[in-house]
Design a protein. Structure first.
Length: 259
């Protein structure tokens, strides 16, 4: 099975790029399953349930969120209405929603898990390593094809997670920093890995935001409003080929598609 992993979707330009590329790739049979990180889909902030569902409507099989999961107050109640919208599994106890979903496919079930890092992030998240370890030894112990979105700031923490899960899951892929890395690989024990998928949104920007206000903030220290940049968007991510019977990744390919 070929799985498309889509880096952080930023604002309307990112949503438009995803809609065009995802629909085309699925209609042409180039991908079988799509996992999209949508946590910046609403003008660079967390999406409403309607917006996340719209991404599912145009091709996403699962939408992951992240540290901006609750930016839209509607998501607090709305996330439980669609099981294919997931938030990090190591959010504090009592958070709405779920940290994983198991989706049936013609080739068997595919499970998507999301985690959020703690290095340079919020200190009240549970340990992502211990959380996923418990899940793999418990509720996911019989699952074969497992894809893990690790939403984190530090490259070292994401690299460590990839090594920790090598041979235990099909793929570990980083999101959050909006900067695509060139370290895609399949580890020795069959886990595909990339530190960051990159960003789906306007490339003539600073992480998807208009350049001048960001420069002004760095130059003066005075707060500015960072609007989502305009212009031609790009979809960044990766393609992973997985053996659904064994759960082992066979290949990973980094992609960048201008729209």
């Amino acid at each position: 099975m070929r799985v498309l992993l889509v880096g952080d979707i930023v604002g309307k330009p990112g949503r438009n790029a995803f809609t065009k590329v995802a629909a085309q790739m699925k209609s042409e049979g180039r991908v079988d399953f799509i996992i999209a990180n949508g946590e910046n889909a609403a003008a660079g902030r967390g999406p409403t349930p309607e917006m996340a569902n719209a991404l599912i409507g145009v091709g996403a099989d699962v939408v992951t969120l992240g540290d901006h999961a609750w930016d839209a107050k509607e998501m607090v109640a709305g996330i439980d209405l669609e099981e294919r919208i997931i938030r990090p599994a190591n959010f504090p106890k009592g958070s709405p929603g779920k940290g994983f979903v198991r989706v049936d496919t013609p080739e068997g079930p595919l499970t998507v898990v999301q985690l959020v890092g703690r290095v340079f992030m919020q200190p009240n998240y549970d340990c992502p390593f211990q959380t996923v370890d418990r899940m793999l030894k418990g509720m996911l112990s019989s699952d074969k094809a497992i894809f893990v979105d690790f939403h984190g700031e530090a490259s070292s923490e994401r690299m460590a997670m990839g090594r920790f899960l090598d041979g235990r899951v099909s793929a570990v892929f980083g999101t959050h920093t909006h900067c695509q890395t060139s370290d895609e690989t399949v580890f020795d024990n069959g886990t595909a890995y990339i530190t960051d998928l990159g960003m789906t949104g306007p490339k003539d920007s600073v992480l998807g935001r208009e350049v001048e206000p960001v420069l002004a903030k760095f130059l003066t220290g005075v707060p500015h409003k960072f609007e989502v940049a305009k212009g031609k968007p790009t979809l960044e991510g990766a393609l992973v080929d997985v053996d659904m019977k064994t759960g082992k990744a066979e290949a990973i390919e980094r992609i960048r598609i201008e729209v």
